[in-house]
Design a protein around this ligand. Structure first.
Ligand SMILES: [Zn+2]
Length: 107
């Protein structure tokens, strides 16, 4: 039987670099391009999936993984912000990446 999750495993919003609310990205400190890109990925996920589905997938991902970093929506955002940071001038479509993950049921 899985152990219950606790609030201690929840994201620490006070110490996160940014939090995305629909199409608004709130920063706790100086805006870094990589953090801005991470928020852009979440805004794209919300726009394409819809807020209800995004929220459902986020909560389900957290309950399943018990780690907010392992939530597939976060894993993708970190994967894409890393890709951006490694090669900022390389071109790729966040919309295509999000659509692909959604079609493959990876969330
Ligand atoms: Zn994130």
């Amino acid at each position: 039987m899985p152990r219950p999750w606790t609030l201690a495993q929840a994201p620490d919003f006070v110490h996160l670099a940014s939090v995305t609310y629909l199409d608004i990205i709130v920063f706790h400190d100086e805006i870094a391009l990589r953090t801005l890109f991470h928020g852009f990925v979440h805004a794209t996920q919300m726009a394409l999936l819809g807020v209800d589905r995004y929220t459902d997938l986020y909560v389900r991902g957290f309950v399943k993984s018990r780690s907010w970093i392992a939530i597939p929506l976060e894993a993708q955002a970190y994967q894409l912000d890393t890709r951006f940071a490694m090669s900022p001038t390389a071109s790729f479509s966040v919309e295509d990446e999000v659509s692909s993950w959604a079609q493959q049921g990876r969330y």
